[in-house]
Design a binder for this molecule. Structure first.
Ligand code: SF4
Length: 320
């Protein structure tokens, strides 16, 4: 009698690095430390990071999330999110007598400084980014008269500038590396004297997470990215997985959102998470997959990360 063939082994390709970056770690820790130091409520303008689980957990500890500074009682404490804010928001907060803690990621602040510097030099600044994203709104607010937003190569033809010899491009920190390269190529073709930023604006965490997903996407029939739908870097990871060859890629907030039907005929699942996602949510997905026979886990490493950022200085001063 012919023996029944063994079922193909089911495995998970686990991306490294994944989950929290240094900027998110700092921002979340800042809210927790502020709650300990000053007591609740601590007001946070916009979601501290784009992750539902993180926001819910901090709400339970006493953080109050608001869309506008004028929703905050005068004299209260407000923390600005990792995405950064426009200077007008600082002015509004000062006018209400708010004590502010600025948890803007230092890598976003770097882009703000570049915008200010090139505006002072009277350049036209082409900002590559997604309209309406909080980071883009904050960066644009640094030099609104000098910045024009482009969302991709298709927007380049319609640009008009004052002086073609004084055009610089900057970008949102969480874009797709490959798509941004295409947009920059289109800009270079249009403006032959185009100036580039002194260093990459797309941050190390975005680049490393996309590189890891690219590596595993070639070998996985399904890629699962843990992250919220309003997280730019998580969404880009889904796109990167599909472009790199994964037949299917899905964004889920947590294990409960995975549909068993997605696993039909899938022996290899790629797994990663956005920079705003705590790794416990990835652990939950690993367990969910293990319960369904995906017990063989191989780590696919694209880079080692050791970057950390100090807490916002206003908080450090009071903690001392
Ligand atoms: Fe900072 Fe990049 Fe993390 Fe955004 S994704 S908080 S820019 S390190």
């Amino acid at each position: 009698m012919t023996p029944t063939p063994a079922p193909p082994s089911r495995r998970v390709l686990l991306a490294s690095p994944r989950s929290w970056c240094a900027g998110v770690d700092r921002a979340v820790l800042a809210v927790e430390k502020a709650l300990e130091q000053y007591g609740p409520p601590i007001y946070v303008r916009h979601e501290i990071v784009h992750n539902k689980h993180v926001v819910r957990t901090l709400q339970q500890k006493g953080a109050v999330f608001v869309d506008h500074v004028d929703e905050i009682p005068e004299g209260a404490i407000v923390l600005f999110s990792a995405h950064g804010v426009a200077p007008t928001v600082h002015t509004e907060a000062a006018a209400r007598g708010l004590k502010t803690i600025d948890a803007t990621c230092p890598l976003v602040t770097k882009v703000h400084r570049e915008a200010v510097r090139y505006a002072q030099l009277d350049y036209d600044i082409v900002l590559i980014g997604h309209e309406g994203h909080e980071e883009v709104i904050g960066t644009t607010g640094e030099a609104p008269d000098h910045i024009t937003l482009v969302d991709g190569p298709a927007d380049v033809a319609g640009l008009s500038v004052r002086d073609e010899s004084k055009v610089v491009w900057l970008s949102q920190t969480t874009l797709s590396v490959d798509e941004t390269t295409e947009t920059v190529s289109a800009l270079e073709a249009r403006f032959t004297q185009l100036t580039s930023p002194p260093s990459d604006d797309i941050c190390y965490a975005t680049q490393n997470r996309q590189s890891a997903v690219k590596k595993l996407a070639e070998r996985a029939e399904l890629v699962v990215i843990v992250g919220s739908t309003n997280s730019s870097n998580s969404q880009r990871m889904v796109e990167v997985a599909l472009t790199a060859g994964a037949p299917t890629a899905r964004l889920v907030d947590c294990a409960d959102e995975i549909d068993e039907a997605w696993l039909a005929d899938v022996t290899t699942v790629g797994l990663s998470s956005g920079a705003s996602v705590p790794d416990t949510l990835v652990d939950d997905v690993l367990q969910w997959l293990a319960d369904r026979g995906y017990t063989d886990v191989e780590t696919v490493t694209a880079a080692e990360e050791s970057i950390t950022f100090a807490l916002p200085h206003e908080l450090r001063r009071d903690l001392r």
